[in-house]
Design a protein around this ligand. Structure first.
Ligand SMILES: [Cu+2]
Length: 128
């Protein structure tokens, strides 16, 4: 009897772990969802990071080559968004350590801001 109780306990623990694992996967999938400004053409496979820190994007102006994936990471405990000035992409609220990616496959200057703090803005300059 004692043994049976032990087995049941273990089974319950495993089920709990699976639930946690499922939640983690869901967060990961949501967190890694990338917006693709793709209009054909291959990528460089490069990823450049922009940090959101102390109410600013750092660097606030980033030049990248066509095909680069830019990943924003919020290092503020306050939520921020990465929102295109002309509605090309929008991360929605990013919590602390939340990330958002956009693949830039077309040259141009892409201005963006935080929709929660409109004074916080930056730009990505995509060159050939
Ligand atoms: Cu903000």
């Amino acid at each position: 009897m004692k043994g049976e109780v032990g087995v049941k306990k273990r089974a319950a623990k495993t089920a709990k772990s699976f639930t946690l694992f499922g939640l983690l996967c869901l967060c990961l999938v949501l967190g890694l969802a990338a917006c693709d400004l793709s209009f054909g053409g291959g990528g460089t496979g490069l990823t450049k990071e922009v940090h959101i820190y102390e109410n600013s994007f750092s660097p606030d102006r980033l030049q990248v080559k066509v095909g680069t994936i830019v990943e924003w990471k919020n290092l503020n405990t306050v939520a921020h968004t990465v929102t295109s000035d002309i509605d090309l992409f929008d991360s929605g609220p990013l919590e602390y350590t939340g990330t958002y990616r956009v693949s830039f496959t077309r040259t141009g200057t892409y201005g963006y801001h935080c929709s929660l703090h409109p004074l916080v803005h930056g730009s990505i300059v995509v060159v050939p």
